[in-house]
Ligand binder design. Structure first.
Ligand SMILES: O=P(O)(O)OC[C@H]1O[C@](O)(CO)[C@@H](O)[C@@H]1O
Length: 316
């Protein structure tokens, strides 16, 4: 039976966050400590949706040798686990959190190449979960061995099934999704990912807006460009809005804030919000995540309280 929210994580990652007083490249760095969270973009989006209080099904691939933290996360948050297990381990990505600057240096590993049968099984589970009215989120890098058109092809099939598809990808997977006959309903590149697609620097808001409009001209209904501490830009065929990020203290690392924003976009689409309300909610999700370790939200009331302080301003 179709469910309202489905996420796909083909290349999830356990995030090992190593906390340092100050990162000194090329030197011996003594860490204050480290934490590990079951993560990856699709998993993080599912966790934020669950924290918001909506039913969500997680699909994708997980290494069977270290899936315990994922099982625990799914059980704790009430996420329906439809992920296929593959031999070996889910990759571990290392996040070096520099307490002096607050910046995080990401070291993301490539992941494990799945057997074709496992991939087929994972995609079959995705199609079973999706139906008319589902918001399906395809998020994160593709594991080795998968063609860049993987998301592009899925967007076509899932749209045919009646889903609205949100794609959070970068590089060739994003480029392929933007060249396909059926475009994602929404995409959420960050500045760097959009620059990668555009092949040029997007130094100011005018350049970002122009490129966001190029995405919409191709057929994407909603293009969101996340801009970190600056907030985010939201572009549709009729409107372009910017929401500034609230000046909140970052409690942990900023890793996963973009995934929280994608979850906010997904709920905004499902609730039929207008662009201004959707933009504030998505930015509220990202800001709320910054108060928490790992990819989680502090709960619907806290997210709504932050969202209520935000305003969407038109950009031209
Ligand atoms: O799938 P990618 O692009 O390699 O990114 C994975 C990383 O992104 C995050 O989901 C944060 O967006 C991390 O949890 C994870 O380590």
């Amino acid at each position: 039976m179709a469910v309202p929210f489905v996420t796909l994580a083909l290349n999830p990652a356990i995030d090992q966050t190593v906390e340092l007083e100050a990162l000194r490249p090329g030197a011996v760095n003594l860490a204050r400590g480290a934490t590990r969270h079951p993560a990856g973009k699709g998993v993080n989006v599912a966790a934020c949706l669950a924290d918001w209080g909506v039913p969500v099904t997680a699909t994708g691939l997980l290494g069977e040798a270290n899936d315990a933290p994922y099982r625990a996360l799914f059980a704790e948050r009430g996420i329906k686990d439809c992920c296929v297990r593959i031999p070996g381990e889910t990759r571990t990505n290392v996040k070096l959190l520099d307490r002096a600057t607050g910046a995080t240096t990401d070291i993301n590993l490539p992941g494990t190449e799945p057997e074709p049968a496992a991939l087929e099984e994972a995609l079959a589970a995705l199609h079973v979960a999706v139906g008319k009215g589902t918001v399906a989120v395809l998020a994160g890098s593709l594991p080795p061995g998968l063609v860049p058109e993987t998301y592009a092809d899925l967007v076509g099939l899932l749209t045919e099934q009646g889903a609205r598809v949100v794609v959070d990808a970068s590089g060739p997977a994003l480029a392929a999704a933007l060249e396909a006959p059926v475009l994602p309903h929404a995409v959420k590149p960050n500045r760097q990912e959009l620059e990668g697609w555009a092949g040029r620097r997007l130094a100011d808001r005018a350049a970002l807006l122009e490129t966001g409009r190029e995405l919409v001209a191709r057929g994407v209904r909603l293009a969101v460009v996340s801009l970190g501490a600056e907030g985010a830009l939201f572009v549709t065929a009729n409107e372009a809005l910017v929401v500034r990020a609230p000046a909140l203290q970052v409690a942990a690392s900023s890793v996963g804030a973009g995934d929280a924003m994608v979850a906010g976009i997904a709920t905004g689409l499902a609730d039929g919000l207008g662009l201004a309300a959707l933009a504030c909610r998505a930015t509220g999700f990202a800001a709320a995540k910054l108060q928490m370790p790992g990819a989680q939200l502090p709960g619907r009331a806290a997210v709504e309280a932050i969202t209520a302080t935000l305003a969407a301003e038109p950009v031209a």
